[in-house]
Design a protein around this ligand. Sequence first.
Ligand code: BTN
Length: 305
Amino acid sequence: MRIEIIKLLKKEGKLSDETINELKEININDFHHIVKEIGAKPTEHIKASEISKDLNTKWAGRNLYVFNEVSSTNTVAKFLAKNGAENGTVVLSEKQTDARGRSGKAWEAPLGGIWLSIIVKPNVDYSKLPMITIATGVAVAKAIERAGIQNAEIKWPNDIMLNGKKVCGILTEAVTQYNHIESVIIGVGIDANININEFPEELQEGTTTIAEELGRTEDENLLIRYFLEEFEKISTLFTEEKFEEILKEWRKRSYSIGKIVEVREPFSKFYDAYVVGIGKEGALIVEKIDGTLEKVISGECIIKN
Ligand code: BTN
């Protein structure tokens, strides 16, 4: 891992101001220190060796970066993606000090959770981004099922729900150059072994954890391995453009279909609607009160019933 970082930075030939700023942005202020320390500093829960031990993937998670603490694993992954990191590279951190959620919200990321970002280079245009997010939601649901929890549901676009409470959120961000998508950073946050009382009060009611649902803790490294294996499998369907198969898996676990929601799309008025289904690009299909059908491509759908 240490060698990977040195390699990445050496590739540039020098430490440019831009790189230094990016290192600062991800809380890695002392470059020499980090080069010496990363890899040597033990982490409490997340262990690259444990994840890799039985990992049955060709590319997902074959390069793993594990940190004790960063601002956001998505920021670190973006930095690595811009500096030549390979498809399937994964960044993990035991804590995040400035984690990001969807719609500009902050994300709580204490010790005990799985805070992971995976870099993919799918060679697609913007229209396919929602499908990547949808596919990732299915991969998380399947990983949770492998851990023995059989009722994982997906709230559009990709909140994973257990017994009506959120256990995982996904934030997908694109790294672009000249309007071309160079990489996609998929940030996955799973509330694995956290005590719910550690969350701010306003989040406690709607949040659950893997430990809460299982009645015992589960090894984060095992859950990460399950996720990476499921992610690689579903990515193959994506690459082969078998989107209908991905959607079939999503529909089986849908938490949204058949519910009344308040649709909150960016730059438009909120409205109530009935969720009819999911369209072939991963957009939610809703029926408005006047009977017309709408496609919701981005934003939030707050469940009302
Ligand atoms: C949501 O709002 O539901 C999405 C939350 C995504 C959180 C994850 S944790 C790992 C990665 N790093 C971040 O800063 N955010 C994502």
